[in-house]
Design a protein around this ligand. Structure first.
Ligand code: PGA
Length: 252
């Protein structure tokens, strides 16, 4: 019932020109692929050109961050309606790099989530524990806090159309992936909490992605887990060959 989703998080990589060349190639290479939602998240300046290059392809475009206010004196920030107009349909929120390097908190994540929903952008809300928290047996407690606070005020209907990404911080960019069993255990827990807090229907429809060193050779095993509905891919999304392989491995 949940269509798998593969999202490429390009972080601060690719110029506008490189981004357009990449998606032009990607578009041609996945034109026959069905049954998988594909998204790319370029840098802000590349959003309009990438969206134009993907027009009519079915491949979605995501922003990597946003400010929660519509407009205002917030130098350097970009709002959800502005991103929508620039061609984004989705927005990554609360990525661990934003939480650790740029001060995102559960509270700011929540404001961002609400502003995307108001602007009809689909939020991709990132949660996940650090290695220290895992070692201290606090993984599930951290996930609970991030879900509860991050999704405060979100309705079941809104949750059903939203996306969560479980990204253990220790697995991001490290080449150290969670095992399929570790990832499934976290995803099952997350789905259980969504069921409890938003109802079984919303929980069954919300897609939960895994992120953290997803590569072509580990994608199939991760994606075969019942509660893993796709992947948020960083490093391996920067290369068309590896990104397309991951997309192919997500097909159900
Ligand atoms: P990675 O990044 O695939 O390079 O580990 C994942 C992410 O940051 O979303």
């Amino acid at each position: 019932m949940r269509t798998p989703l593969i999202a490429g998080n390009w972080k601060m990589f690719k110029t506008v020109r490189e981004s357009v060349a990449f998606v032009t190639d990607l578009r041609a290479r996945v034109s026959a692929v069905t049954g998988v939602t594909i998204l790319v998240a370029p840098t802000f300046p590349a959003l309009p050109a990438v969206a134009a290059a993907l027009e009519g392809s079915g491949i979605g475009v995501a922003a990597q961050n946003l400010h929660w206010e519509r407009e205002g004196a917030f130098t350097g920030e970009v709002s959800a309606p502005m991103l929508r107009e620039a061609g984004a349909g989705w927005a990554i929120i609360g990525h661990s790099e934003r939480r650790t390097l740029f001060g995102d908190t559960d509270d700011s994540v929540n404001r961002k989530v609400r502003s995307t929903l108001t602007a009809t952008l689909t939020p991709i809300v990132c949660i996940g524990e650090t290695w220290q928290e895992r070692e201290a047996n606090r993984t599930l407690e951290v996930l609970d806090r991030q879900i509860k606070a991050g999704l405060d005020g979100v309705t079941g209907t809104e949750l059903a159309g939203s996306v969560l990404a479980y990204e253990p911080v220790w697995a991001i960019g490290t080449g150290r992936t969670a095992t399929p069993a570790q990832a499934q255990q976290a995803h099952e827990h997350i789905r259980g909490r969504l069921t409890q807090w938003f109802g079984p229907d919303a929980a069954a429809r919300c897609r939960i992605l895994y992120g953290g060193s997803v590569k072509p050779d580990n994608a199939a095993a991760l994606m075969s887990q019942p509660d893993i509905d796709g992947a948020l891919v960083g490093g391996a999304s920067l290369d068309t060959d590896s990104f397309v392989k991951i997309v192919e491995r997500a097909r159900r």
